[in-house]
Ligand binder design. Structure first.
Ligand code: ZN
Length: 157
């Protein structure tokens, strides 16, 4: 496994639409392993493949309930709404309040190619939406209200 470089806001790759994975080959498995290591190293709760420069529909999430890996994720159900603070490893030092559904069901493939359906509430529902947005070139700051975006002190890198 290897830690990959996290692309930062301003990098055009973050604004592109990622391609569907049609074959889960060794490159995709290595990508998943590297994304996991990269996310944990950066102490993030989620990471999407374009954030490490790969335009494939692959996301990982860990909100403290175990690692979730999803290939070709699709939100199949959502209801309610919640407003909460969000951040992103690609936009260090910035947080903003974003409205998201309170319950989200997502469908995708695991690394064995088996279809899985997961339901998330609160933080997990938010993470599903945030990471799927990345696959469509959308960042949370696009959804945060302007006066709700806060620039915090950036950690020394
Ligand atoms: Zn993000």
């Amino acid at each position: 496994m290897a830690i990959r470089i996290i692309r930062k806001e301003g990098d055009p790759i973050l604004r592109k639409v990622s391609r569907v994975v049609d074959k889960i080959d060794d490159r995709i498995i290595t990508l998943l392993d590297d994304m996991k290591e990269t996310m944990h190293d950066a102490e993030g709760a989620g990471l999407a493949a374009p954030q490490v420069g790969v335009l494939r529909r692959v996301i990982i999430i860990d909100v403290g309930e175990g690692l979730i890996e999803l290939i070709n994720p699709e939100i199949i159900f959502q209801e309610g709404s919640q407003c909460g603070e969000e951040g992103c490893l690609s936009i260090p030092g910035v947080t903003g309040e974003v409205i998201r559904p309170s319950v989200v069901k997502i469908k995708g493939l695991n690394r064995e190619g088996k279809e899985i359906i997961l339901e998330g509430e609160e933080l997990l529902a938010r993470a599903f939406c945030h990471e799927v947005d990345h696959l469509n070139g959308i960042l949370f700051i696009d959804r945060a209200e302007g006066d709700k975006i806060k620039k915090n002190k950036i950690k020394e890198e």
